[in-house]
Ligand binder design. Sequence first.
Ligand code: LLP
Length: 415
Amino acid sequence: MNLEHNNKAYRIDGVSIKELAEKFGTPCFVYSESSISKSFQEIKDVFGSDKKNIYYSVKANSSLSILKLLLNMGAGFDIVSMGELDRVIKIGANPKKIVYSGVGKSESDIKHSIELGIYCINVESFAELERINKIAGDLNIKAPVAIRVNPNIDPGSHEYISTGLESTKFGINLKNMMDAFIYADKEQFIDLIGIDYHIGSQIETLDPFIEAIVSVSKIIKELKSKDINLELIDMGGGLGINYEKNTSPTMKQYGEAINKAIKDNELDSYNLILELGRSIVGNAGYLITKVEYIKKDSEKNYVIVDAGMDNLIRPALYGAWHNIVCINTNNEEKILCDVVGPVCECSDFLGKDRELSVKQDDILVICSCGAYASSMASNYNSRPKPPEIIIRNGEAILISKKEEISDLYSREIII
Ligand code: LLP
């Protein structure tokens, strides 16, 4: 974490949070560039080589400036929509370093990706494979694909983000995947280059990652016996970060464990991709918010702030826990409270049962908001999206302007 506290002032990479709040207004997102670079460099140091590629999962935080930063550090990109594809192309990414996942690719999505010449389409169903074959045939271009398998591994995280379980919509299950490989291998307009999986997100132990590698190595052996040879293993992302406790493995531990499993299973010769999102940006972002009111009820104390579930939906959606820090030093007695937003939903909370020493107009910092915060934000209750700022070399730079209320209805037509 880059949140520092010295001389009674809270700072992010040396910049006073009080001054950030005054200059940019609240709520606002603030990112530490050094923290993002450090995380990326940490995994690159253990897992960066010709055959070992780190792709950034754009959905975690799709800010153009953050994408550009990671591109400059050598990242490839994992995208799941044409919107994400357009973003990475806009910042100058090489199509040959883009992989495309997702269960619902439309005809035009597939056509555009093939024409652009991206490295790989990660196929999630037999029907998608047939569609790709047809479109590639019409274009007379061979489409590079990897089959996304669902290895039925429990990553031990929240059920909404446990994508590697057979009960989810993701990938092709172990029973049906061989048919998909055989079809892809024989079809004229499909260039079967690899195998792909992504077992889940916010995974806090190394075992599921290893289990997945072992499972994939068995599939690869079976494929070889059928004379189907691949060049790529896309291992997905999923490494967790520390929100509350120091439980997640470090990038180094993760990279070393993957390296060992790859070696033990004799998979060194493959082109390997990691698709990491949260572990690169998650702990590098903060949501800065102001206390509007303190409401003391007999049952509960509510700290009502100007950020809400429209800015950070993770607590409402997954019951996620984010550390909340009050940056003002005051002598208020700590109160047990729920930190809630202004949105008209009971689920609009940022933290429950917190002990905070806090008063009206204080500034609170919601930590670990670099991933799946701004990228999942909405305009619910017609609330404009907050500005986003990055700290680079001790300077606060605006990377996304605050949305204006008029932006919210700029596409609407009054009839
Ligand atoms: N690759 C694929 C195919 C994915 O679906 C995902 C995330 C990633 C890579 C990156 O996973 P990461 O390294 O960030 O764990 N909104 C949820 C997380 C959803 C993750 C969806 N897929 C949250 O806020 O916890």
